[in-house]
Design a protein around this ligand. Structure first.
Ligand SMILES: [Zn+2]
Length: 339
């Protein structure tokens, strides 16, 4: 089941981080299982709230949700793993300590409380071997402009730290009666593995955006789960279009005569050419808009518009005859400047 975290927490999509935190604290206090012993509804509600907060309190996840929309965010199509819910069984989620606060001083729910008082649900808190999440891995990806706008499939090659298979991460191996440093990982317990990974880059990614592929980072320890792969996207400039948020801009040369008399211009769009009327008397720098022809709609973002700025093109060197005609024209239709 996938939820809308904004609806779940009852906050606006533009809510600030502190408002999101406030909304979560208020609701989490109301539905916390320790304060609602035995209530399955409260427990379910609490899990939903925590999941919503997990998404909205993490800038990368939030941006991903906003950009992809609910379905794509939860589905496995993107990056292959989809969204992983906070693990209540291990108490392993970043804001677990917040409950000290929520429940007042003598909090029972803390992953630090040995023996696992913990939440009333999920009795199998295991504190012996502390689960350790694998490291996140940063990845730089360069995309050409059109691929970023339209979305694309990419194959990523990455080096990932792996637990050494020879020594199972211990750094030592048996040697006679004792142990010796592991020859494969030189005692580090880790080796570098090479992986290729196919990922779908969603349409509309922007320069500098970070895409998180859950669980595609370094390996975790003691069941702590893998880290994430953080793909930082650099979008290369385009020859034709420039982009601002969801809108695209293009400069369009139009002949002086068409600007004066009216006519048509053939403007580039993402899907080919489009014919646009040039009204008589069009000025240099005048802007036209084609609605919905900017960056396509994705996630919470609507499709942008395409703005065309007219750039008047003058004829080349004038003949004697042409000069006389232009002189006549300038007398018959003088240019007036508005001050
Ligand atoms: Zn080793």
């Amino acid at each position: 089941m996938s939820l809308d975290p904004y609806k779940t927490l009852g906050v606006d999509t533009k809510a600030k981080p502190e408002d999101i935190k406030k909304a979560y604290r208020k609701l989490a206090r109301k539905f916390h299982p320790d304060l609602n012993p035995g209530s399955k509804e409260a427990e379910a509600k609490f899990k939903e709230l925590s999941e919503a907060y997990d998404i909205l309190s993490d800038p990368a996840k939030k941006s991903e949700y906003d950009n992809l929309g609910k379905d794509a965010f939860y589905q496995s199509g993107f990056g292959g793993t989809g969204y992983k819910r906070p693990n209540f069984e291990t108490g392993e989620f970043p804001w677990a300590d917040m409950f000290n606060d929520i429940l007042g001083g003598g909090a029972r729910s803390s992953r630090k409380s040995a023996g696992g008082g913990g939440f009333s649900f999920g009795q199998n808190f295991s504190f012996g071997q502390k689960p350790k999440k694998g490291p996140n891995i940063d990845y730089s990806l360069e995309l050409d402009f059109r691929s970023a706008v339209n979305g694309t499939d990419v194959t990523l090659e990455k080096d990932v730290p792996e637990i050494c298979s020879r020594c199972s991460g211990q750094g030592v191996v048996a040697s006679g009666a004792g142990v010796k440093s592991c020859p494969v990982c030189a005692g580090q317990g880790k080796t570098v593995g090479h992986q290729t990974l196919k990922a779908r880059i969603p349409a509309g990614v922007s320069d500098g955006q970070v895409i998180r592929l859950k669980g595609q980072g370094g390996a975790g320890e003691n069941g702590g789960g893998n880290g994430d792969l953080l793909i930082k996207v650099t979008v290369l400039p385009d020859k034709v279009f420039t982009r601002q948020n969801q809108d695209l801009y293009v400069e369009q040369p139009v002949s002086l005569y068409e600007c004066l008399l009216g006519g048509w211009m053939e403007v580039p769009t993402l899907n080919g050419q489009s014919n646009l009327k040039v009204p008589a008397g069009t000025q240099n720098g005048q802007k036209f808009r084609i609605k919905g022809h900017g960056v396509p709609a994705v996630g919470q973002k609507k499709a942008g518009d395409l703005y065309i700025t007219v750039k008047v093109s003058l004829p080349g060197k004038l003949s004697y005859e042409a000069v006389e005609l232009v002189k006549k024209l300038s007398q018959s239709a003088p240019v007036k400047f508005e001050i």
